[in-house]
Design a binder for this molecule. Structure first.
Ligand code: ATP
Length: 220
């Protein structure tokens, strides 16, 4: 069970709302905030606390004790000015980790300059994810570690069925590493070299994107 943490989520649109629900599901305490009373009423039953407040109002944030929270999510979308001002106030108050949803590149740049700790573009990221997944049917899921490196989940095809990791000699031939193999609900961490791959196994592979693609194209 992860350590129980305290979060503030400002802006209860689709993104902020879903962040709030998931944090609560994960067992954390969440103070949800929005200027819209209707939204706050909905989240009153979901979040630990829900308040109607304008996050650009520094005195309101102070009276809510926001400076005592280490993690704040700013999920204000359309009102870029409010998002920027809120981030600025939070960083000036000394909040350690401020994650902000950015609407566009200009917004991102300003957020970076004023000290936002994490900046996310959920629509753009999801669009890329969906496109990458749709364009490659062998990739079941992936995590981008950087622009160049990823962890991908690949489904084992008939081409490698019955082969062992020694037969495939993956690291030497392709420069990628199999971190784990999933079979249904079972996960085999650091599979042994003599592990025999079955059709439908999910191979969790880490490496340079170029090498992963080469492995997929030639071996799978
Ligand atoms: P999503 O795509 O996540 O649904 P969005 O990007 O369209 O959202 P908005 O709907 O503009 O974003 O804003 C999200 C929420 O933030 C709204 O519920 C809005 O009332 C709230 N909000 C906007 N400004 C403030 C503010 N200054 N303080 C608190 N909440 C605010």
């Amino acid at each position: 069970m992860p350590e129980r943490k305290q979060f503030v989520v400002i802006g209860l649109g689709r993104f902020g709302g879903s962040v709030c629900k998931e944090l609560v599901n994960q067992g954390h305490e969440v103070l949800a905030m929005d200027t819209d009373e209707e939204k706050v009423n909905i989240y009153a039953n979901i979040a630990t606390h829900a308040v109607v407040a304008n996050s650009t109002d520094e005195s309101a944030l102070k009276s809510l004790g926001i400076r005592n929270f280490d993690n704040v999510v700013v999920a204000i979308g359309d009102n870029i000015q409010a998002s920027i001002l809120t981030t600025l106030v939070l960083k000036e108050m000394g909040v350690k980790n401020v994650l902000v949803k950015a609407k566009n590149d200009y917004h991102h740049k300003v957020l970076e300059k004023i000290g936002a700790d994490q900046i996310v573009h959920p629509e753009m990221d999801m669009g890329r994810r969906v496109a990458q997944q749709m364009s490659d049917e062998k990739v079941i899921d992936f995590i981008e570690l950087s622009d160049e490196y990823s962890i991908v989940e690949l489904i084992a095809t008939a081409k490698i069925e019955g082969k062992t990791l020694i037969d495939l000699d993956i690291r030497a031939k392709y420069g990628v590493t199999i971190l784990a193999i999933k079979k249904g609900d079972d996960i085999n961490i650091s599979p042994q070299p003599d592990y025999e791959i079955c059709f439908g196994d999910l191979l969790i592979v880490i490496g340079h994107n170029k090498d992963i693609r080469r492995f997929e194209d030639i071996a799978m």
